[in-house]
Design a protein around this ligand. Structure first.
Ligand SMILES: [Zn+2]
Length: 226
């Protein structure tokens, strides 16, 4: 059971839901409880929730709050706040909430993997894109090279991102261990940190390509819930 709060401009309502409930199912429960279907557009941490995805897909946990609003249609009104990485900035805080940025830079709780889309037909071709990996463990060497189902994809076109630039963490505990070769010397990496605020993205250079001089030979990145 996960206890969440749904807040619309008029009221806040608590609901008990299951991790495997779809957003559509939770909306039905909510509509019955408030006796109205008018607040049909739901957002969690700036992202619009899709009806066919589950509570677990969005990593929604006990105590989290979902923002419900009337579905807006057309023009200006149709634009929604999104939480995006800002590819122009580097450093520990690199996100912004915007109404008009591209969806391929949406960041989410847990691990966010950044690379450049290599698909010539994609709107994000040669642009930095973000694959929100979420909570779990990403192995930079294995998951990229084996093209496993954990391999990050461009969110705009689903092309595999086989080279990563960086990795960002939001609202989670994270840990990475590994080895990299720098100036012909092996350097051991072992680092943990906690990003407790919702909207902070902390960056780690996960460069797997020629732009970064250092070569990772082992690297496991784990994010867990706070
Ligand atoms: Zn793409």
């Amino acid at each position: 059971m996960v206890k969440i709060t749904i807040t619309n401009p008029k009221q806040s309502v608590e609901l008990e839901v299951n991790e495997n409930d779809t957003i559509g199912e939770v909306k039905e429960k909510y509509f019955q409880k408030i006796g109205s279907r008018e607040f049909n557009q739901w957002k969690f941490m700036g992202e619009v929730l899709k009806n066919n995805k589950t509570i677990a897909d969005y990593e929604i946990e006990d105590g989290d709050e979902i923002e419900a609003s009337k579905e807006s249609r057309g023009g200006e009104v149709g634009s929604m706040a999104k939480m995006l990485a800002d590819p122009e900035k580097k450093g520990p805080v690199k996100w912004k909430t915007t109404y008009d940025g591209p969806d391929y830079l949406i960041v989410r709780k847990g691990i966010n993997l950044f690379g450049y889309c290599q698909n010539k037909n994609c709107i994000a071709y040669k642009k930095e894109v973000c694959h929100p990996f979420g909570i779990g463990t990403f192995d930079l060497i294995q998951d990229l090279n084996s093209k496993s189902n954990k391999c990050p994809k461009c969110p705009a076109c689903e092309y595999l991102l086989l080279e990563l630039e960086t990795c960002g963490f939001m609202k989670c505990k994270y840990h990475y261990v590994g080895k990299k070769i720098e100036n012909d010397k092996i350097k051991e990496l072992n680092y943990s940190n906690i990003i407790s605020e919702d909207h902070i993205l902390d960056y780690f250079e996960a460069g797997s390509n020629g732009k970064n001089k250092s070569l990772f030979v082992e690297l496991k990145i784990t994010a867990s819930n706070l």
